[in-house]
Design a binder for this molecule. Structure first.
Ligand code: TRP
Length: 456
């Protein structure tokens, strides 16, 4: 007999809640995507714009999604239907579900790469290689037509397994232990990286802004990165907060999640750029950046102590893949919860549909970097296209709609009630929040979007 269908799960502890939400936010977006976007968009100036996007657009949307989810207590689309019955708002949730499906497909490809790198690190595959070797072995691996697909499938099934075993048991337990470990190991790597010869040029790239190269596309990339990294604009945090209890302070939880996410991204930057400049890897090499740069750090920083190099590289890739796993779980959960609750099917069946469909998308995304390189979608590989359409179009649109929904449509009293459910919250904070949500967020996104598309 299946009882899980009627009883919704709940996260049990407050720290577990923060960790699970932060687990969704912290992932490849911070450690893989943030450095290469920063590298491609000119460094420090991009980071400052990114931070502004996180603060003035990201943070209010995180709170809004928490509000929608906890008030609705169902999947994203259902939550809109509960809060705005008889209106087309539920379609915002459906847009989010679609976004989640596309992201899960190509995200898992990269997550699969991290498994290959755990294995390479474990068998000592980095030893004695030069930066050029790392470059060529990455290209060879990622464009191979079988190996990445195998890792992709393994990763997708790991995600599937945890999603099926349920939110409380699966997500919370893993996040609570692994996140702090990841932070510690990253701090050590920052130390290693900035002590490499010639690292100061990398620090300069990170810290000295040059606004002369900032244009509409840099702005839009910064905004897209904020959406991607914080897991917002597609109902991911709505789905998680539907499992929150009422005594959780939503604003404070949002602040913790956003701070942690930003901290990890900055640490990733501090690891990658000093190391990349030290071994003359161009910062704008794109998605391969961390996979080519990091093995050098492990090699050089611990050169005289191979055992340390081994321990750190294995640990790092292991934690990176766990960080990716807590993110793929959250993406998968959005779609699974939607199918399960809207179509009244079992959690298991819903999860299978998601797993197999996204696996298919992942296979296409992976092959689009090798075997199927010639096939282009709007001039991009399917991999790049999936990234582009989600981060730069679908999530910003979702973000506008979510902020308009909570800022303009939702009853002020309900909003206040949700935000103050745990008691204390300063009046002035609420006022500023409501203002930013109503005006700054939707207008800000719209301006960056229109400008970035070159329509203005
Ligand atoms: N934020 C995660 C990362 O940085 C990825 C992710 C998880 C995500 N859930 C999401 C991105 C929802 C967009 C939307 O790796």
């Amino acid at each position: 007999m299946q009882t899980t269908n009627t009883k919704r799960g709940q996260f049990t502890t407050k720290i577990g809640i923060i960790m699970a939400s932060a687990g969704s936010a912290v992932g490849l977006g911070n450690i893989w995507r943030f450095p290469y976007e920063t590298g491609e968009n000119g460094g420090a100036a991009f980071i400052l714009i990114y931070l502004a996007c996180v603060l003035f657009i990201g943070m209010p949307i995180v709170i809004s999604e928490f509000v929608i989810g906890r008030r609705g207590k169902v999947n994203t689309s259902g939550a809109f239907r509960v809060l705005a019955p008889g209106t087309p708002w539920y379609m915002v949730g459906m847009l989010g579900v679609l976004t989640g499906i596309i992201i899960l497909g190509y995200y898992t490809v990269v997550a699969g790469w991290t498994l290959e790198y755990i294995m390479q690190a474990a068998i000592g595959g980095f030893a004695g290689k030069s930066p050029a070797d790392f470059q060529s072995s990455f290209v060879e691996f990622s464009s191979h037509s079988f190996r990445p697909l195998l890792w992709l499938a393994i990763f997708m099934f790991m995600t599937h397994y945890i999603v099926v075993s349920g939110v409380e048991k699966g997500i919370e337990r893993y996040s609570k232990i692994m996140m702090p470990m990841l932070l510690v190991i990253m701090l050590v790597l920052v130390g290693c990286s900035i002590s490499l010869p010639g690292a100061s040029k990398g620090l300069e790239f990170l810290l000295k802004p040059d606004f002369s190269k900032v244009d509409g596309s840099v702005l839009m990339s910064a905004m897209g990165q904020a959406f991607f990294s914080l897991s917002i604009g597609m109902g991911c945090l709505c789905t998680y907060s539907s499992y929150f209890k009422r005594d959780v302070n939503l604003a404070r939880t949002a602040l913790s999640v956003v701070s942690l996410d930003t901290l990890v991204a900055i640490l990733a930057g501090l690891i990658i750029f000093p190391a990349a400049f030290s071994v003359n890897i161009q910062p704008d090499t794109g998605p391969s950046l961390i996979f080519v740069t990091l093995p050098n750090v492990f090699q050089q920083a611990f050169g005289s102590m191979p055992i340390l190099s081994w321990v750190f590289s294995v640990m790092f890739y292991l934690l990176l893949s766990v960080a990716a796993l807590t993110s793929t779980i959250s993406l998968h959960e959005v779609v699974t919860a939607y199918l399960k609750e809207e179509f009244k099917i079992s959690r298991k069946k819903a999860a299978w549909i998601v797993t197999l469909f996204c696996l298919g998308l992942g296979v296409i995304a992976s092959l689009s970097l090798g075997e199927w390189e010639e096939a282009k979608v709007f001039g991009m590989s399917f991999f790049d296209f999936s990234d582009y359409i989600t981060t730069k179009i679908m999530m910003p649109i979702g973000g506008i709609l979510i902020s308009v929904f909570v800022g303009w449509w939702m009853d002020k009293k309900d909003l206040k009630d949700e935000m103050m459910s745990s008691g204390e919250l300063k009046k002035s904070f609420f006022k500023v929040f409501a203002f930013v949500l109503k005006y700054v967020v939707p207008l800000g996104i719209a301006i960056l979007f229109i400008n970035g598309m070159g329509w203005m």
